[in-house]
Design a protein around this ligand. Sequence first.
Ligand SMILES: *Cc1c(COP(=O)(O)O)cnc(C)c1O
Length: 339
Amino acid sequence: MNKKNLDWSNLSFGYTKTDKRFVANFKDGKWDDGVLTEDDKVVISECAGVLQYAQTCFEGLKAYTTQDGRIVTFRPDLNAKRMADSCRRLVMPVYDEKKFVEACLATVKANIDYVPPYGTGAALYIRPYMFGSDPVIGVKPANEYQFRILVTPVGPYFKGGVKPISVRISDKDRAAPNGTGDIKAGLNYAMSLYNIVDAHNCGFAENIYLDPKTHQYIEETGGANIIFVTKEGKLVTPKSNSILPSITRRSLVEVARDYLNIEVEERQIHKDELKDFVECGLCGTAAVISPVGKITDHDKEYVFSNGDKMGPVLTKLYDTLTGMQMGRIEAPKGWIVEI
Ligand SMILES: *Cc1c(COP(=O)(O)O)cnc(C)c1O
């Protein structure tokens, strides 16, 4: 190993070009073997399906250096499965789930010098993605596809300590009632951009979306699921078929139930219930948990007062899950995959 000389603790959550990326092509009804290449440019038809009709989906996971110096990923099999679900919904050819995991590990291995050291808070972000690459002009699925995996070192999500964020309940929707909210399709994020820029301009870090049919129930934000803690110390998280099934959220639910003896409810959460919760957090691969300090719903404000830090229950969950990822706490079988 010959670690790159990067300022690991000060990296942003942005793109840094690394040495190698994985590329596989789907043509004549089958995937080729795929290769690791130094070429970071994509060359496709000007009329490619992805450019005309946004036929693309993606995944996101991380590789970490553990306390004892191993390099690991967290539950990549669930990313493989979710990507397969996204592909089926977008009429794209599934990339074999086992091969997906192997290709992720191979891409990390080929960029091993970019995996941030233990203790820096940084990680190597892994971004698998697929898109329609041959020309379509009538609205239909492409015939040819490219599956790629790029990796990029990313810094700690919270620099200088975790700070609770302020978010708003959005008037816009991120998903349709029977739409594509439950898959990681590029189109879901394109249509969220206007609203996130507007939220930032209004002084909010994120938008909380309500269920798109009745606008009564809490769903999630543009890029993270939501968890709440009740006065009694129960963990409550929304259930809906238009929420993206976050691997972090599903893991936190298991950690709460099986490791911390915390009661968990996965159910519809009416927005009027917000006043009953004492802790709130956003969860996803990027930050694991970001504490929410305040939710603004037009003329109403809900404050989750834990001073300037994460509340006690979310802290316990955060410490346990990140402890597993960093190899300080034994994880359930199969969660940690060594490279
Ligand atoms: C990716 C994503 C999440 C988080 O999922 P993880 O698997 O935990 O990273 C949550 N919500 C949306 C909309 C997402 O795109």
